[in-house]
Write a protein that binds this ligand. Structure first.
Ligand SMILES: NC(=O)c1ccc[n+]([C@@H]2O[C@H](COP(=O)([O-])OP(=O)(O)OC[C@H]3O[C@@H](n4cnc5c(N)ncnc54)[C@H](OP(=O)(O)O)[C@@H]3O)[C@@H](O)[C@H]2O)c1
Length: 263
């Protein structure tokens, strides 16, 4: 199937590894020109044909800087993939083990900075170009937005806000030719799960548990009907489909192996 993305220009945030890197590779395979934003350029990203832009999207000014550099490099933006969302592990570990009374503002602020404010600010900066091009915003959310009490609560609440942002962009900009779609993965085999020093590994450590056993138990507890977690490449294909021209807007595409049970 031709996704009709060839020749178009994309910006992918958090494109240096994990899901973002898989999205970068998939969109390049579709014939797109791609700017990939992250704080560092990994060898894997450098090996692609993407244009890397190093920027800290956890800051108030990073988003505008990224969009300015992306527009200079690409001429305009047809597809914005707001993939950045997991930053440093510490606030997520606190958010998973401390209750509301114990969790300080800083944990909420650090989480919201990258999970909600970064997509909001990048979207806002990219909107003039997206309107010009009839573009699309794909927000990479999480099944956590629908199972808010399982896992790091500030992260899940910020992802719920991101889902709402998708709806707002779809509603306010639909008549101007811009679409917005949420892609909501359950657990994905990135460093978050597979690196013993990643979020799950750190969560095991603070509870005095052994990493691989804890990771297996945590996956089982999430209750995926398929019995497995997703690959970054599977999520990337869904992002490409969401970005492909269609009449889909304001919608949420879940890829969670059946973790979210409610209708
Ligand atoms: N993995 C999962 O199980 C899972 C499940 C549901 C949803 N998701 C969502 O999928 C998305 C990607 O997750 P992932 O697992 O692929 O994460 P990851 O492997 O940790 O990759 C995160 C990416 O974001 C970049 N990044 C982090 N902080 C940044 C900052 N301040 N400024 C700019 N870039 C920054 C990282 O590059 P640098 O470190 O070089 O900056 C990297 O490219 C996130 O939105 C996440 O919430 C993941």
């Amino acid at each position: 199937m031709d996704l009709q993305l060839a020749g178009k220009a994309a910006v992918v945030t958090g494109g240096s590894k994990g899901v973002g890197l898989a999205v970068v590779r998939t969109l390049l395979d579709e014939g797109m020109r791609v700017v990939a934003a992250s704080r560092t350029v990994t060898p894997e990203l450098a090996a692609t044909a993407a244009i890397p832009v190093t920027v800290d999207l956890g800051t108030a000014t990073g988003a505008a800087e990224l969009v300015e550099r992306a527009r200079a490099a690409l001429g305009g933006i047809d597809v914005l993939v707001n993939n950045v969302g997991i930053g440093d592990r510490a606030p997520h570990v606190d958010g998973a083990v401390l209750d509301l009374a114990a969790l300080p503002d800083t944990a909420w602020e650090q989480t919201f900075a990258l999970t909600f404010y970064a997509p909001l600010r990048v979207t806002r900066a990219a909107l003039p170009s997206l309107v010009e091009r009839g573009g699309v915003v794909v927000n990479v959310s999480s099944s956590g937005a629908r199972v808010v009490t399982a896992g790091p609560v500030p992260y899940n609440v910020a992802k719920a806000a991101l889902n709402a942002l998708t709806k707002v962009v779809a509603e306010q900009y639909g008549a101007r030719g811009v679409r917005a779609v949420t892609v909501a993965p359950g657990p994905v085999a990135t460093a978050v799960w597979t690196d013993p020093d990643g979020f799950i590994g750190q969560l095991a450590k603070v509870q005095g548990l052994e990493y691989s056993q804890f990771a297996a138990q945590a996956q089982e507890a999430l209750g995926a009907a398929t019995g497995r977690i997703s690959t970054p490449e599977e999520v990337a294909r869904l992002v490409a489909v969401a970005a492909s021209p269609s009449n889909v807007t304001g919608a949420e595409f879940a890829i969670d192996g059946g973790i979210v049970k409610h209708v």
